[in-house]
Design a protein. Structure first.
Length: 105
């Protein structure tokens, strides 16, 4: 289903944005999930879907809520952010998978 792929792409983009912001690499993600760097890369490119368990582990590793990674409308609100922009802020300007292909005029 294309909407599922769009949602998955959104989640991967949010994870990548958060990883980039925090200075994490694919190798760091692999270690956090106890998988090979190649397996982590396949998740970050969308070749392999991220399971809900993996999403939970990733959110914990990034000190983020799952909802922050899956919902563009949920601002990041943690005491440790210290002017840390939310994933929503970092994703502004990226295409919204829910409206992709629709005429916005």
């Amino acid at each position: 289903m294309s909407s599922d792929r769009g949602f998955s792409s959104h989640v991967v983009a949010a994870i990548r944005a958060e990883m980039d912001w925090q200075g994490h690499t694919t190798r760091d993600l692999a270690q956090a999930l106890s998988i090979s760097p190649r397996a982590a890369q396949r998740r970050l490119t969308g070749d392999v879907d991220i399971s809900l368990n993996e999403l939970s582990e990733i959110a914990g590793w990034l000190a983020a809520e799952i909802s922050e990674l899956v919902d563009l409308h949920t601002p990041r609100q943690t005491a440790t952010t210290h002017n840390h922009p939310s994933p929503k802020t970092r994703l502004q300007g990226l295409p919204n998978p829910e409206t992709k292909g629709r005429d916005n005029a």
